[in-house]
Design a protein around this ligand. Structure first.
Ligand SMILES: [Zn+2]
Length: 172
């Protein structure tokens, strides 16, 4: 309930204004689990990153973005495109293992007019869904269905991702 009660940790600063560029560790940097936890960053590969949405519509709302700061899919180099979708596949696998949702929405808002919050850096939303969850509420009322703190979501999805990758606690 951290998001509702205001006890969730504040977002770390993003000097460039783009969390997808600022939050993954710089190339070659040795970072520990705390670096990841502080940013709700589950992993970053050479081509893509997986993190929690700090403002989730529902528990388990994930974001998958390429490392490259581009706004459109056709601006991605082939290896970045492939790496993005490899991680998208693993994000879905981790989410299914962690939450056993009835279904999953995977989507991308390309451009501000389409509703993108960070329009300059494309990203997938991966949202677990259950029969009877409040499909209409975020659209009509900006009301979100949250009953789990982000920290718990982070542990849960991170553990599932680690198990999927056979990495134990290692997530970078
Ligand atoms: Zn960026």
């Amino acid at each position: 309930m951290g998001l509702i009660s205001g006890t969730d940790k504040p977002a770390l600063p993003s000097p460039s204004g783009c969390i997808f560029c600022d939050y993954p560790p710089p190339p070659g940097a040795a970072v520990d689990a705390e670096w990841h936890r502080a940013r709700y960053l589950i992993c970053s590969t050479p081509h893509a990153l997986l993190m929690l949405n700090r403002f989730p519509y529902i528990n388990g709302h994930l974001l998958v973005a390429p490392r490259a700061h581009v706004a459109q899919l056709d601006e991605l180099a082939a290896e970045d495109f492939a790496g993005l979708h490899e991680l998208l596949r693993d994000a879905i696998g981790a989410l299914r293992a962690a939450y056993q949702p009835h279904a999953i929405n995977v989507g991308m808002n390309l451009g501000e007019a389409a509703g993108a919050g960070i329009a300059g850096h494309l990203h997938y939303h991966v949202v677990p869904r259950w029969v009877g969850d409040n499909n209409f509420m975020p659209v009509l009322f900006d009301t979100r269905v949250i009953n789990e703190a982000l920290e718990q979501t982070y542990q849960r999805v991170g553990a599932a991702y680690g198990a999927l990758r056979g990495e134990g606690e290692e997530r970078s």
